[in-house]
Design a protein around this ligand. Structure first.
Ligand code: ACO
Length: 307
């Protein structure tokens, strides 16, 4: 069985839910996919915060659609996790109990409208860099979910870029607001890729299993290289004095990331961790009656079909 699994992975074919898989492979997938699903769901909050305050009807409807997309991504991902024999309710309870991880990035506040642009451009940009290779992950349901997620993420990234572009080409005050939002989100978005390769306990095995295709540092570098020409088009700057083109490497060199901040956020001490979990708990409680009604409706329907 192990030999067949190894051969399937080596041949770039997909492992499907009914195939035999090593227990550690299954556990790694449940860990990564559930963390990813939680990130999408918690990720609705920083932007949801601006739906009622978006500066025009057009911006409001775009933002609503985008936040709804994030909910959809969370749901695909919980479904993908369920193909591995776990229950979505258990995963949700772990999140509500504060025991599950979700992306560090969603523990930062969105004080201005420009933050919505910066999230779209930088956070969704980083998400695309990280997730396009996941469309080739060896586990079929995860890879297929990623294809659709990535298409929607590219729209999100462009709408964020466009918000920033308009602000950066508006009044002095708007340009300042855009620059300050980029300054706030740039470093945390580099942290989204995870710890440096040397401190990443899961990378080597996940790459061997072809769940991950590139290391955390490789993807982070790709993202920095992508941001530099784009920030020039925006007419803004990135908050890193050490950023410079390195012709020998063919990449941009960049400054040291504050890993202490990253670990603090992971421990629950980021600026909004407590607020995000409290809000998620309240939303879950507020949804109790919807879940009860859905179960009652399903039971009635089942009883009717039996008659
Ligand atoms: N925020 C929170 N936790 C993180 C982050 C982060 N930015 N980066 C790494 N970690 C956690 C890992 O989950 C892991 O925790 P665990 O072992 O307790 O589960 C630990 O730090 C060590 O990291 P790695 O060994 O590098 O972990 P891994 O191989 O899983 O790589 C990565 C981390 C790159 C985030 C990977 O899980 C991944 O690609 N996930 C899918 C993408 C994703 O979840 N994106 C979410 C944000 S994008 C969005 O929602 C719009």
């Amino acid at each position: 069985m192990q030999a067949r699994f190894d051969a399937t992975v080596a041949a770039e074919q997909r492992i499907e839910p009914r195939d035999w898989m090593p227990e550690a492979y299954r556990k790694t997938l449940v860990r990564q996919i559930s963390q990813h699903a939680h990130s999408e769901i918690i990720g609705m909050q920083p932007e949801g915060n601006w739906i009622t305050r978006a500066p025009s009807l057009k911006r409001k409807s775009i933002l609503m659609a985008k936040v709804q997309d994030e909910a959809g991504h969370g749901l695909y991902l919980y479904s993908a996790a369920e193909t591995l024999g776990v229950d979505r309710q258990d995963l949700t309870e772990q999140l509500l109990a504060g025991k599950a991880k979700y992306s560090s990035i969603f523990n930062y506040p969105t004080p201005t409208w420009a933050d919505i642009g910066a999230i779209g451009w930088l956070v969704d940009g980083a998400a695309i860099c990280n997730q396009v290779p996941l469309c080739r992950a060896s586990y079929g349901p995860y890879a297929r979910a990623m294809v659709r997620v990535c298409k929607e993420e590219s729209f999100h990234q462009r709408q964020g870029f466009e918000i920033l572009y308009e602000l950066a080409h508006g009044t002095e005050a708007q340009k300042k607001m855009a620059q300050e939002a980029v300054d706030r989100w740039y470093w945390p978005s580099l942290m989204m890729f995870g710890p440096p390769d040397a401190d990443s306990p899961n990378s080597a095995q996940s790459m061997q299993w072809k769940i991950k295709r590139f290391s955390n540092d490789e993807l982070r570098q790709r993202f920095v290289d992508m941001c530099v020409p784009q920030v020039e088009v925006l007419g803004l700057t990135l908050p890193d004095p050490e950023l410079s083109w390195n012709p020998d490497r063919g990449h941009y060199d960049f400054g040291e990331i504050d890993w202490t901040e990253f670990h603090q956020v992971l421990k629950g001490n980021g600026p909004c961790n407590a607020q995000r979990i409290a809000h998620r708990r309240k939303a879950h409680q507020d949804g109790d009656w919807v879940r009860e009604a859905a179960v009652a409706h399903a039971a009635k329907k089942a009883a009717r079909t039996k008659q």
